[in-house]
Design a protein around this ligand. Structure first.
Ligand code: FNR
Length: 379
């Protein structure tokens, strides 16, 4: 099947990946209410059709957090991407850079910051989780600064991990032991294309930024255990001030869903926020980002850069997020599916599709520039 949409990439990823990995990407927490709301509320946002306004020359470029981007879009942090395709973070980062779009590396990536930095042309953005092990946090900050990462995303909506039923059913989060291991192995054996690409050609495997914390070769379970034990529920706004002071570049807080918290982020000296509920993977039942965004934009839109994510499945959705008040949009599952389906070429194709869809939406809302995509294009 020729890929025409994000939905096609999802289907191709479902066919290619072992079930435990597809479900890890695709799933949300608990009953997945917020995950569905993110998609449905965004799709419901109606655009205002305008005609006869000379839309022959469209400019999709923009500047966000001091960086020129070809599109108001970036690849957001998605953990374990090196499991979806061989050296997945490197492939995705290179595809993004070739398209003039930024790539954000997750703390919990398979390829380390050093590897991705060495194999890309320009500095990438980096996402940090503060761990109980503050030595690790300090070390990651120093490494990111050393590689010239211009922007740090600090993710704050994970003081405790949300429970995802699908990961329990698939064997990813089942109690460790031979039974769940056998289930994952069986799923992997049923996907020879993936097993050859990632399992064989993707060697050596490691868990990038955290690998050196273990005294032997890390595996997925070591990592999941480390991360579950290391999220720090004691963090407060005071820690943010300290972190802000110790980071030389732009500082973005990811995981804001409330205008009061958005104001606190601006007061703490953040240069930007990401309006996000972690793609419906944390507290199920919270509102969608599409619904949260307008009030947050009203509260702090003139004080810092606003990025948004959650449920973006097309270029039209990017335009909708901009119309609701975002300056830029992070893609999450969309790029993970594209990477799983077709590697870096898939991510490149995804960005072409997003751009083409944005162009149609701009032309038919009578908008020629990114700055024109505001509430005036909402019906
Ligand atoms: C994520 N997300 C995420 N966020 C983050 O700050 N650090 C991380 O390591 C991860 N890891 C991660 C893995 C997977 C498989 C997914 C799907 C998501 C959240 C991500 O950055 C983003 O907020 C959501 O994915 C946005 O929602 P959509 O677009 O995927 O619906």
């Amino acid at each position: 099947m020729r890929i025409a949409s994000v939905a096609d990439f999802r289907e191709a990823a479902r066919r290619r990946l072992p079930r435990f990995l597809f479900d890890y990407i695709d799933g949300g927490s608990y009953a997945e209410v917020t995950l569905r709301r993110n998609v449905a509320d965004l799709a419901e946002v109606a655009l205002r059709q305008r005609v006869l306004r000379d839309v022959s020359a469209l400019d999709l470029s923009t500047e966000i957090l001091g960086q020129k981007l070809a599109l108001p879009v970036a690849l957001g942090p998605v953990g374990l991407s090196g499991m979806y395709a061989r050296r997945g973070e490197v492939q995705a980062a290179r595809a993004a850079q070739a398209a003039g779009v930024q790539f954000t590396l997750s703390t919990v990536s398979c390829c380390s910051l050093d590897e991705v930095a060495a194999r890309t042309d320009r500095p990438i953005w980096f996402q940090l989780y503060i761990t109980k092990d503050r030595g690790f946090t300090r070390e990651m900050l120093a490494r990111a600064a050393g590689h010239g990462c211009p922007v740090l995303f600090f993710t704050v909506d994970l003081p405790v991990p949300g429970s995802r039923y699908r990961d329990v059913h698939s064997g990813l989060h089942a109690p460790p032991g031979p039974a769940s291991q056998a289930r994952r192995l069986l799923q992997a054996l049923g996907k020879p294309g993936w097993a050859w690409d990632v399992g064989v050609r993707g060697r050596p495997h490691s868990l990038g930024n955290v690998a050196h914390l273990f005294d032997r070769q890390t595996n997925l379970l070591d990592f999941l255990k480390w991360s579950a034990n290391n999220f720090d529920a004691t963090l407060t706004w005071k820690d943010i001030e300290g972190l802000r002071a110790s980071w030389p570049g732009r500082f973005v807080i990811k995981g804001i869903l409330d205008p009061e918290d958005a104001r606190a982020a601006a007061d703490a000296g953040a240069d930007g926020i990401v309006v996000s509920n972690h793609g419906g993977r944390q507290l199920d039942g919270v509102i969608s980002t599409a619904r949260a965004l307008p009030a947050i934009a009203d509260a702090v839109g003139d004080r810092l850069a606003i990025l948004a994510d959650g449920g973006v499945r097309s270029g039209l959705d990017v335009v909708r997020m901009l119309a609701l008040g975002a300056d830029g949009v992070l893609l999450g599952r969309a790029w993970a599916w594209a990477l799983a389906a077709e590697g870096g070429a898939g991510v490149a194709r995804l960005l072409e599709i997003i751009e083409a869809e944005m162009r149609v939406a701009m032309a038919l809302t009578g908008t020629t520039k990114v700055s024109g995509m505001d509430r005036s294009i909402l019906a």
